[in-house]
Design a protein around this ligand. Structure first.
Ligand code: ATP
Length: 193
């Protein structure tokens, strides 16, 4: 069984996945997969620089993710171009990470930590979806504290994501994370059962 873990920024996906890893489950991290695909010298990075310009590449050949983020932020056409390059490569990398996890432990559940599981249409690649959710003010405060952002910056980030209600509506399981970390751990244990 492959479970997708998704949810809005600050809901607690990374924290949930940390608990799952502590419990011995394999977690495939979509952000890490994306990072590994854009390493210096990779074909994907070459395609990105062809499309978005050399200014997204640092002197040491690495991708300046912030710069790329600024280019696609609020620009539907550029975001589509980015998705067209990253999408197929991500699908392939996810499948091979999944194959490796299944080979290692054929009977274990595997989790796919994918913040944009719904937005990217990758929900069909998993069997069930867990959505991590929390009240809006709680999420805003968590991200302001974690990333040192202003309230407006957090709201701008949220505006680019599918609304939480929509994710909850489409979820197989909703992990509500408005309490303590201990409450969250217990909710995850219950969901596993
Ligand atoms: P993003 O999509 O922005 O990466 P996320 O959904 O992965 O966010 P986390 O990074 O897991 O969210 O959590 C955001 C912050 O809130 C982190 O600093 C985390 O330690 C903290 N946090 C998460 N859940 C709780 C909780 N129940 N109690 C206290 N702090 C929490």
């Amino acid at each position: 069984m492959v479970y997708g873990i998704t949810g809005g920024t600050g809901s607690g996906k990374t924290t949930v996945c940390g608990f799952l890893e502590e419990m011995g489950y394999t977690v495939i991290d979509a952000d890490k997969v994306a990072r590994s695909l854009t390493e210096p010298g990779s074909q994907v990075l070459w395609k990105l620089s062809e499309t978005f310009g050399k200014e997204i590449i640092a002197e040491d050949g690495s991708l300046i993710r912030k710069k790329l983020g600024e280019i696609v932020f609020n620009n539907k056409e550029k975001l589509q171009q980015l998705n067209d390059i990253m999408g197929p490569a991500m699908d392939e990398a996810f499948r091979s990470a999944l194959d490796a996890a299944v080979l290692k432990n054929p009977y274990s559940k595997v989790f796919f930590d994918a913040p944009t599981l719904y937005e990217s249409g990758r929900e069909s690649m998993v069997d069930k979806v867990w959505v991590v959710a929390a009240g809006l003010e709680t999420r805003i405060k968590r991200i302001m504290d974690r990333d040192g952002l202003s309230r407006e910056q957090v709201l701008a980030r949220m505006a680019n994501q599918l609304p939480e209600e929509e994710k909850i509506r489409r979820a197989d399981v909703v992990i509500y994370n408005d309490g303590t970390l201990e409450d969250l751990r217990m909710t995850v244990e219950k969901a596993l059962k």
